[in-house]
Design a protein around this ligand. Structure first.
Ligand SMILES: [Zn+2]
Length: 401
């Protein structure tokens, strides 16, 4: 299951395209995966499966396996605790069966944008605006009322592929950031405009603070984790918690149990990652994503060996499948690219192995581990989505290793 000469991991089941907030079109995602030596990938765009058909088409041409997927923005609010920043992957889903959820998310996204647009228009016509605007670092130059249609147009025209062709998505992925960048492009003086358009963190934070009134909303439209799991299962997919160790997910107070002595893991009181995932498992969760880390997330990348160890044990305890995911969004920011999961050493350590292995041992172990996971994926592939001959071809390749 690994490339024979380089030990490179060849499966990556978490990546994004222009169908949501990725840089590459679905076709380009597949082409880049192929170039990187990946053989099995899942396209998991945020709240949409729009890119899957295009990716499937390209995957056939490139001779690699594409697992239809999605990443659902879900919330968790129960008597156990609250989690807002961890998402749910649906892997190997029947795209048609998941459409009701996708439609609902499209609708929610648009209605949220409408709220922001209304907020902006109200703000610039308010009595206090002129005086407040003068005192802002990011003051608006000749602001005028805006519309949702105008933002959609603006977004689509800028969403170009590598050949400069606009990506056509009838339901583009509009977020708060889209509005911020639109406002910057239309109403900020040059210099300031570029800072926001280039997504410079400090500038973005200041802007958001100065326009808090426009950018805050009480609308909570995300599905619950229970609903999201149910929707994925109803679409015959596997429900997998994405990057469960990502530190942003702990802002609501979930306890990082891996920071405690190992003998206390899974038994400590309070709302721990374990309690959260145990509850989801009781509601049908199939797996968790391992080995995901983001280079830009300092806190997380420094402790990812420990986090991986914790979640590996947790998965075994709860009988969950485990998946790899780079969460690749294409070449932007400091996020990892596809096929990147940290060093092979940290990967092996996370499996509970010693660091003193020979190169050959490491290769063998990685193959064994991948094979185990691969067998599970073949089963998944067979249930729906991947043609039988394709699965057989992959099974044959496994037995050759
Ligand atoms: Zn993602």
């Amino acid at each position: 299951m690994t490339n024979q000469t380089t030990n490179q991991i060849i499966m990556d089941t978490h990546m994004h395209s222009k169908a949501s907030d990725g840089i590459w079109t679905p076709r380009e995602v597949v082409q880049n995966a192929k170039a990187k030596g990946l053989e099995i990938i899942a396209l998991t765009d945020h709240d949409t499966t729009f890119g899957v058909a295009e990716a499937q088409d390209e995957a056939k041409k490139q001779g690699i396996t594409l697992i239809p997927g999605i990443e659902i923005d879900a919330k968790y609010q129960t008597e156990l605790g609250t989690v807002r920043n961890i998402e749910l992957l649906g892997l190997n889903i029947d795209v048609g069966l998941l459409q009701p959820l996708v439609d609902r998310r499209n609708h929610d996204r648009l209605s949220l944008m409408e709220d922001y647009v209304r907020g902006f228009n109200d703000y610039i016509s308010s009595e206090t605006f002129t005086a407040e605007n003068e005192n802002k670092q990011f003051k608006l130059v000749s602001p005028r009322p805006i519309s949702l249609a105008e933002i959609v147009d603006w977004y689509n025209q800028r969403n170009l592929d590598s050949k400069g062709v606009a990506y056509q998505n009838p339901n583009p992925f509009l977020s708060k950031m889209t509005l911020v960048q639109f406002i910057a492009d239309k109403f900020l003086a040059s210099g300031l405009r570029e800072k926001i358009l280039k997504a410079e963190r400090e500038a973005g934070d200041t802007f958001k603070k100065e326009y808090k009134r426009v950018l805050s909303t009480n609308k909570e439209s995300k599905p619950s984790f229970y609903e999201a799991i149910q929707a994925v299962k109803a679409a015959r997919g596997k429900a997998v918690v994405a990057h469960p160790g990502l530190s942003k997910g702990y802002e609501d107070g979930m306890i990082k149990e891996w920071e405690m002595p190992e003998e206390q893991w899974f038994t400590s009181p309070g709302f721990t990652a374990y309690r959260f995932i145990e509850d989801l498992t009781n509601h049908g969760l199939d797996g968790i994503e391992l080995y995901n880390y983001r280079g830009s997330d300092k806190e997380h990348s420094e402790s990812h060996d420990l986090i991986n160890k914790y979640f590996t044990k947790l998965a075994n305890k709860l009988g969950l499948i485990t998946t790899f995911g780079s969460d690749c969004h294409g070449p932007k920011g400091k996020g990892p690219l596809m096929g990147t999961f940290g060093s092979p050493t940290s990967y092996l350590n996370s499996l509970g192995r010693e660091e003193t292995l020979t190169k050959e041992d490491k290769r063998r172990l990685m193959i064994q581990h991948d094979l185990k996971r691969f067998a599970g994926l073949c089963d998944m592939a067979e249930t729906k989505g991947v043609p039988r001959e394709e699965v057989q071809r992959l099974r044959d390749r496994v037995s050759e290793l």
